[in-house]
Design a protein around this ligand. Structure first.
Ligand code: GRF
Length: 264
């Protein structure tokens, strides 16, 4: 049997996706093992899950870092290897004409937090980093330091909507309020934008006339707990390959990165 992959996870909340991944590793649906669990939220309930399974865990308190930056009148220094111009050129979280002070504050505070995350992660070797309800956007500062090998992305995310519809923090809520008759979830690699990276897998489910947002969310989570481990297993089997395709709106003028799933 192929070597088990080592999986790091970042969470912010209850961690039911984390639990599904831990269980899938333990039942060998994923040929992998957990290396660590990190969070931006020291009170994340999901941390108890890592404790229960003996998985090393740590917290980097994003809220405290951002508060401290504001209290210091934006005087906290960014990490020594932070290059704002380079990050500005790469990022697609903000439009090009967004107020530069706001954008600078965002990327400096995130880079301070991300440098802490990276140093907490240093002791653990990992092949894949999964975002399992991690409610912070990662910036090019962090992404480039994790995706060090070209053409081998190693950060996955699960999003509670059928991307590219409804990116952002409330995928189920946005899908439901729009009056969609189908909801879904998407696993994708992270790129420099918000929920815009190449799609690995999706699962859809019907939204019935008598569904409430809560019942719809429950249906969605059930799908997430199947989809995420299945996509991680594709990664473990080496079956995910990046390819390029014409951009849906701009055609051959601008190529888009997509994921091809290789046959078993
Ligand atoms: C999930 O719906 C996930 O798609 C979204 O946040 C929620 C996290 O749930 N990003 P949990 O913490 O895994 O229970």
């Amino acid at each position: 049997m192929a070597k088990k992959i080592k999986i790091g996870a970042l969470i912010s909340g209850g961690g039911t996706n984390l639990q599904a991944i831990i269980d899938a590793c333990e039942s060998q649906k994923i040929n992998g093992e957990m290396a660590f669990v990190g969070t931006d939220n020291p009170t994340a309930k999901g941390l108890a899950r890592s404790q229960r399974h003996g998985i090393p865990h740590f917290a980097v308190d994003y809220g405290a870092i951002i508060k401290c930056y504001r209290a210091n009148n934006a005087d906290s220094p960014p990490p020594p290897d932070f290059n704002f111009d380079e990050i500005l050129a790469k990022q697609s979280l903000f439009p090009k004409d967004a107020p530069v002070d706001h954008v600078r504050q965002f990327f400096i505070t995130r880079a301070i937090a991300e440098a802490d995350l990276l140093s907490e992660m240093t002791p653990y070797r990992f092949d894949l980093l999964v975002l399992a309800g991690f409610m912070r956007n990662l910036t090019p500062y962090f992404i480039d330091r994790v995706n060090a090998a070209e053409n081998l992305p190693r950060i996955m995310n699960i999003h509670p909507a059928l991307l590219p519809a409804f990116p952002g923090t409330d995928g189920y809520g946005d899908t439901f309020r729009y009056g969609c008759k189908v909801g879904g979830c998407t696993v994708h690699f992270i790129d420099y934008g918000e929920d815009s990276g190449p799609i690995i897998g999706q699962q859809a489910f019907p939204i019935a006339p008598d569904d409430t947002l809560e019942t719809m969310r429950k249906k969605g989570l059930q799908k997430e707990w199947e989809l995420y481990p299945a996509c991680i297993q594709l990664y473990a089997e080496g079956r995910l390959q990046l390819a390029t395709a014409p951009h849906p709106k701009e055609g051959e003028k601008r190529l888009r990165t997509i994921v091809k799933v290789l046959p078993a």
